[in-house]
Design a protein around this ligand. Sequence first.
Ligand code: GLN
Length: 191
Amino acid sequence: MKIGVLALQGAFQEHQKALSSLGAETFQIRQHRDLNIELDGLVLPGGESTTMCKLLLELNMMDNLRNKIQNGLPVFGTCAGLILLSKKIQNQSTTGLATMNIECCRNAYGKQLDSFKTSSQFADIGEVPMVFIRAPYITQASANVEILAKVDGKIVAAKQKNQLVTAFHPELTNDVKIHSYFLKNIVNMAK
Ligand code: GLN
């Protein structure tokens, strides 16, 4: 199984480590031509969504990537990756890939709660550790979006067909259950 990890910026190596530990082959996606590689899935890591957006546009990768996702490429966006996939951003006028029917709020926990760790129930998996770093949360989701986890009443994980998002960073814990969920329930289901 070949999984691309967008490696323009942010926490991509940690995702590669988690995926490799589950037996997946990973590739760093850094430029337009990397998108020609036949991929079974793609990870959009955490980092800074505005920087990633800027680079995706500059490198002429945005439209190609959006088409691939719209055509069913399984994708897993964490934190900034969730923001890139959101159709609407509550506190920003621009969007990125905008392929998923969710609205999110960037830096939703404010300065006081810049980063924190907790654990909560995740659908079909059970309790998982969750690391939040200047995280967004989902403020609205369409009927075709399945809510997978909430923390303090806020939606922090969801899926819509081939798209999985978490507001937190599973790759920054030793728990690979959500990566395994991605491989089993999103990547394999798409085949
Ligand atoms: N605050 C970042 C943004 O708006 C996301 C933070 C993260 O990915 N850890 O893009």
